[in-house]
Design a protein around this ligand. Structure first.
Ligand SMILES: *[C@@H]1O[C@H](CO)[C@@H](O)[C@H](O)[C@H]1NC(C)=O
Ligand SMILES: *[C@@H]1O[C@H](CO)[C@@H](O)[C@H](O)[C@H]1NC(C)=O
Length: 194
């Protein structure tokens, strides 16, 4: 009789232990599931903010100076954008990040004293670009850099600033920047659809 009771309670204990074990396993399963789904959500958070930040940086750029003139620009490298559109997501992210960095470089590394821009707006514009760039960087774990032709193109723009250096050259840079930000935004919108 006593033996029967002992074996009954030990069976109950076994069932309890097994149940507990299963629950823990399920719990860790739930945790793993949560972590796995949260990581890409955190990473791709930049997607949600990019449109808003891009709108902000373009608005600040427009308000920084006078209205853009309607003079057509001599050259805009649309080919970079048509080429990158069909590339891998990683290449596109690298391209966007490096483009933003090179645009920031134009304003940070060159003498802005000849322009009559609102410096407060210029600072906020650069901070917004930085936030756009940092969002994308958080999604990238590669050491890759964009095609050297992109760098060469931006170096060409800097050269024109150094030889011109006047407020007219800066107006050209501001307008070209607007076109680039517009194209980058189109690229991001295209990525969202896929
Ligand atoms: C930013 O968004 C507002 C409201 O959606 C819009 O009216 C404005 O044209 C946008 N600005 C740019 C530069 O796209
Ligand atoms: C540019 O052209 C548009 C119409 O195409 C006009 O509304 C605008 O005033 C022009 N801007 C300048 C600065 O000439």
């Amino acid at each position: 009789m006593l033996e029967n009771k002992v074996s009954k309670s030990s069976a109950l204990l076994t069932i309890l232990i097994i149940t507990f074990f299963f629950m823990m396993q399920n719990l860790s399963g739930v945790l793993i599931f949560l972590l796995a789904t949260m990581t890409p959500v955190l990473c791709c958070d930049w997607f949600r903010h990019y449109g808003h930040l891009s709108n902000k940086s373009m608005t600040l750029l427009r308000l920084m100076g006078t209205e853009f003139s309607n003079n057509s620009q001599p050259y805009f490298p649309y080919k970079f954008y048509s080429h990158i559109k069909n590339n891998t997501v990683e290449s596109q992210l690298v391209f966007i990040r490096d483009s933003l960095e090179l645009i920031e470089g134009l304003y940070l590394h060159n003498d802005l004293s000849s322009v009559a821009w609102d410096t407060d707006r210029t600072d906020r514009f650069l901070m917004t670009l930085e936030r756009q760039r940092e969002g994308i960087s958080s999604c990238l774990s590669t050491e890759r850099r964009a095609d050297s032709r992109l760098r060469k193109y931006y170096r060409g723009l800097e050269k024109r600033l150094h030889t011109g250096g006047s407020s007219a050259s800066w107006e050209m840079i501001r307008k070209v920047t607007d076109q680039h930000l517009h194209q980058l935004n189109l690229l991001v919108n295209g990525m969202k659809k896929h």
